[in-house]
Design a protein around this ligand. Structure first.
Ligand SMILES: CC(C)(COP(=O)(O)OP(=O)(O)OC[C@H]1O[C@@H](n2cnc3c(N)ncnc32)[C@H](O)[C@@H]1OP(=O)(O)O)[C@@H](O)C(=O)NCCC(=O)NCCS
Length: 142
């Protein structure tokens, strides 16, 4: 397992972070990554964690809690660095961040089109919950 620690993303990381998410197929037209990043970095209950190797941003996880559960989004490992343990390490760092905030249970959402990633999460001890996630737009993003 890589021992390189994660750190909080900075303003300077934003372009590389968005490029990472694009390379990993995580961006969608209805999401605006700069807004997502700024919002997650705004308060004490959420953050964007990154791992850098040789001055290249190679992994990310957006973490946060809503006062009840912890959540992780934008879990990504740069495609040429995948299958080397970085994804597992990034998730351990995400769990550590959430645990440091007092969170005792975490959730994540996987798009139905991304079924292959289930095996990754199962290997990390996650299991599918018997719930449906419903959503509603409150404010349209510009
Ligand atoms: C999912 C992702 C973060 C995994 O990162 P990674 O660095 O390749 O994962 P690791 O090397 O740490 O793998 C950990 C374990 O999961 C397994 N695994 C990883 N990806 C897998 C896959 N697609 N299918 C099956 N098993 C997988 C590994 O074989 C490894 O198993 P092991 O511990 O028995 O050796 C990476 O593939 C990625 O960025 N995917 C695109 C973005 C994405 O879909 N993110 C998730 C959004 S919900």
């Amino acid at each position: 397992m890589p021992s390189v620690p994660s750190r909080s993303a900075t303003d300077a990381d934003v372009p590389a972070l968005i490029a990472l998410w694009e390379a990993c197929g995580l961006t969608r037209p209805h999401n605006h990554p700069p807004t997502d990043i700024a919002f997650a970095r705004k308060g004490p209950n959420s953050d964007v964690l990154v791992i850098e190797i040789d001055k290249r941003l190679v992994a990310s996880a957006m973490v946060g809690h809503d006062g009840h559960r912890g959540w992780v989004y934008y879990v990504a490992v740069e495609p040429t660095q995948q299958k080397r343990g970085l994804g597992r390490h990034m998730m351990v760092e995400a769990e550590r961040w959430l645990a440091s905030k007092g969170v005792w249970k975490m959730h994540l959402m996987v798009r139905r089109s991304n079924v292959e990633v289930h095996d990754f999460y199962e290997k990390l001890g996650f299991s599918e919950s018997e719930v449906s996630v419903l959503s509603k737009i409150l404010v349209a993003q510009a």
